[in-house]
Design a protein around this ligand. Sequence first.
Ligand code: GUN
Length: 283
Amino acid sequence: MYKIIDGKKLAANIRSELKKNISEYKSNFNEEIGLAVVMVGNNPASQVYVRNKIKACEEVGIKSYAFYLPEETSQKQLEDLLYSLAEDKKVNGILVQLPLPEKLNAESALKIVPFEKDVDGFSAENVGKLSQNSECLVACTPNGVMKMFESENISLSGKKAVVIGRSDIVGKPMAMLLLNANATVTVCHSKTQNLKEECLSADILVAAVGKAKFVTVDMVKEGAVVIDVGMNRGENGKLCGDVDFENVKKKCSYITPVPGGVGPMTITMLLYNTYITALRSKS
Ligand code: GUN
């Protein structure tokens, strides 16, 4: 029998705990916790993500500062804003929604975000610290996946983990977290040979590909834990993951659904990272 990991429920539990902690923080320090969200242009998916992030902040008592910059914003205008947010004491966390319009240089803009305020965990300092297994801000989606393992008491030590996808946002930090948890980790990508065989060897399979129903039942080992990070629109326009859920689930010990799996955990970890940045600024 398989178990569906309910990301929505876990996210709600963590958010309610966070809400209490944030309220205590505010009365202890007589201060708000602030998150600046910067978005440039009109990418429709980004607009939805940003709206959801701001709404989630409100729900747990984090003050959000939203900056919607027009498509024609120059590199200098964006960077000037980031310099001022970097200095601003009211702003504990800074998030630059990606992707930026093509003519802007995301790498140089992101370098302006101080690593202590880098709630996305994208900075070279945070990525480097993660690889050294030392205290840092961890990218939200893979950190949310780790919370899912923890909540279900899924042991990782000595397990064979396969991550499909090598993005900076999900695949790479996911692999590093699994390695830090003593799993034996393989990262697969578009140039991987024998993808099916690699996947079949996985006790833990994390799909972060961006292709609907990419992971089929013949790629999954009996009893595997399958984590679906995908967010795709299927042919019918419905949201669907990277995993062929209906067929794959029968083979799994645990599986995450889409929607209601990893998605709600991502924003929860953003709220968590923002709270952590505020706490660390006080220590
Ligand atoms: N675009 C897609 N995912 C993310 C994310 O986790 N953070 C930011 N800033 N942009 C994204």
